[in-house]
Structures are given as C-alpha cells and as structure tokens.
Design a protein around this ligand. Sequence first.
Ligand code: DGL
Length: 255
Amino acid sequence: MNNAPIGVFDSGMGGLSVWREIRKRLPHESLIYFGDGLHCPYGEKPAAEVVGYIDEAIRTLIAHDCKLIVLACNTATMTAVKYLRATYPLPFVGMEPAVKPAAATTETGTIGVLATRASLGSDWFGELSGRYAAGVRVVTAVGEGFVEAVEADEEHTPATRRLVERAVAPLLAAGADRIVLGCTHYPFLADVIEEVIANPSVQLIDPAPAIARRVEWLLSQDGRLAEPTHVPELLFLSAAGAEYAEKLRRRATAL
Ligand code: DGL
C-alpha cells in the first residue's frame, strides 16, 4: 500500500475529464492536478516548445512525490511521453485517441476522430490508425476553438455550437458512426456534440474511464494503491498562478 499522490497533468482544464474518472474509480487516492493554463492550447504550438512546458510541470509533480503520473492530455502524450519515460523513473500513463475501440465497433466502417492539430499531425497518430483501423475509414477533424471555449467556460454559447457544427459536419457526411474525443477538453462539449449529431446510432468515445482502470491496474500490480482508510488530499497547481489553480479546484469540485 502507498498513500503518495497520483499526478494528473494537462495543458489546462481538459484533464479534469480524466481526473473525474480517477476520482470515481479510486476514491481513496490523493491526487495532484497540474493544469498548465499559461501556455494552453498546446495543440497549436510546435512540439519542441511544448515539451519544455510539460517537463517543468512534471518536475513539479515529481517534487510533490507523485507515485505515478497520468498525462491527461493526448497532445502531451504524443509529444512527450517517450522522453518522460526515458528521463524519469516513475510510471507514466499516457492518452491517445481511442481509435482502437472505435474501429472495433463501427458498423458503417467509418470512424471520426476529433483532436488537436498537433495530435492529428503526429507520426504517432498515423501509426495508430495503421495499427488499429486497417480496413476502416478514418476521417479526422480539428476541434477548432474547442479548447479555448472550454477554458473560457463557454461550452454552451451559440458561437461554440457553431464551432461544433463545423467540426462534426464532415465526419457525419462521411458516414462515421463512432466519433473519438481525442482531446481531453472535448468531453466537456459532449452534450453539445451529441445535440448537433442528433442521431443515437452515432456514439462518442471518451477513453477516460479506460485510463482510470489502467491506473488502478498498474498500482495494484505493484501493491501501491492507497490504503482503503486513507483520506485523500486533492491539490490543484498551475503555471498560470493561484487564481487559475483555484478555478481548477472549483471546476473539479463541481464535476
Ligand atoms: N487537452 C489536450 C489534449 O488532450 C490539449 C489541448 C491543447 O492544449 O491544445 O490534447
């Protein structure tokens, strides 16, 4: 048993969609959420720049004695997880767009993937589609403005709905019946996306519950889950300062 905290990292607030699933599944674990906030969105920045921001955040989480770190950010995983695993001795759980379950369950033979420009442009994404979606058509779209809308708490404005309509239209036109939410900010727009799709046979796929199961499995393998009597501490940190960290805490508490 090990009561040290689990670190959860994202460029901003999106990783709270993963934090929520970890809280549900592992209610006795202490969690330290680090939302950069200062350099978000990562998806529009060059990889070399973003790796520096991620590295700094990860050092902070390690200084807080995290026993495992979840990169609750597809963009960060695709750009930095290999470097982080080679550099630091603790386990990292990364995220990638859930192409595999989408391709395995599609009935139309076409899946849609919504993700950031950086994720969709990465070599990793190309390999992922090649490996898991052979024989399935993969149609992609950048969620233009989605991250900014979530960061600004503007999920339910008419302008955001128009952004969602624009991004989803080509996926639906192509006949996709599975739409992968390939960025952790996007689950906060899931209700708007579902409203726009207006078709119950088109399913959204969010990998966050699978990530929480993976964290549980990894910690249980080495006997490093928190004690069942442990009262968890929940801490929120940010490169953008105390006010942003407080926004993270308030948002997380409301989930
Ligand atoms: N939430 C992030 C992801 O999963 C990145 C958003 C961004 O900073 O562009 O990709």
